[in-house]
Design a protein around this ligand. Sequence first.
Ligand SMILES: NC(=O)c1ccc[n+]([C@@H]2O[C@H](COP(=O)([O-])OP(=O)(O)OC[C@H]3O[C@@H](n4cnc5c(N)ncnc54)[C@H](O)[C@@H]3O)[C@@H](O)[C@H]2O)c1
Length: 333
Amino acid sequence: MTETPDLDDAVTPHVPRRRTSKLAIVGAGAVGSTMAYAALMRGAARTVALYDINKAKVQAEALDLGHGIQFMPMAQVVGSDDIAVCADADVVMFTAGAKQKPGQTRLDLAEATISLVRKVLPAVVEVAPDATYVMVTNPVDVVTYASLRISGLPPSRLFGSGTVLDSSRLRYLIARETGVAVQNVHAYVAGEHGDSELPLWSSASIGAVPLLEWNGLGGRGGALTSEVRERIAREVVDSAYQIIEGKGATNYAVALAGSRIIEAVLNDESRILPVSSLLDDYYGISDVCLSVPAVVGAKGVEDRLAVPMSADELAGLRRSAEAVKDVARQFGF
Ligand SMILES: NC(=O)c1ccc[n+]([C@@H]2O[C@H](COP(=O)([O-])OP(=O)(O)OC[C@H]3O[C@@H](n4cnc5c(N)ncnc54)[C@H](O)[C@@H]3O)[C@@H](O)[C@H]2O)c1
């Protein structure tokens, strides 16, 4: 009688059986705890660990999420003010932020955030040395650059959530304008996650139609003229301010965008996402963390796409790179 081969071993004989995946989230505030919820709902990781200096808050968030596991894909949730809770994570999402105090400028805030990263990140890397690190805390491009320098991690394994959220806002607005499903809109926001970001209109498409050739569908809006595109681009930048003014924080869409990144890494998807990574001669742009469409998989950021750009877009990307470098320089990076 012949022995039945183990199916897993037969298909992937060289790959050892994988242990379950662990996601650690640093900072259990509005963004961190919603990201945990989104990742759990999507079954992104088998263990979700929350770490925060606010012990009561992190324990309460973990307990509340844990009570919902019965209704989600199977998982375990733990929360602690002890960094050891992050041990052996496969992915670490860094959402801990310094709260803006009255009278504090954005630059002051960046300074406080960088000193927070200086204190917390090395300790997390010590307990989770093999993880892929995704920075979310703002100003994310500068924080990502500083974090690379502080941690010494390879740029493929530490990057920022970048304009994944901004691109989903862009697609939402294009879908609303044209009356087609958001899933059929393909468009990226590149550059800084902030005021100098820019939509890459010349490579965008709706279904198989180049966006710049879109003439509308009967009764579903018209062409995306330069006025319409400018309005949409402005709305993408302003939407975070609008949401923060209305409810104090943005949390749902950023959490879903974050979960998308986590899944791309944990499932080794080679997914194209506009994350913020250290550029090295990308159209001549180097030594700055900036978002451009990149391939994200188990090794983190594996490649960047040489997206065809108009002269205006390229100039905009270069301006954005300078804006981010300017801020980084002010902090000695
Ligand atoms: N990149 C993006 O797309 C994006 C989108 C939304 C928000 N953000 C940023 O995410 C960050 C968090 O936003 P939020 O609304 O969740 O803020 P929040 O104030 O609700 O949460 C921040 C959490 O960090 C914790 N924290 C502070 N210092 C800590 C430390 N030393 N160690 C561990 N935890 C610590 C706080 O206790 C708090 O729970 C902000 O910087 C925000 O600007 C980024």
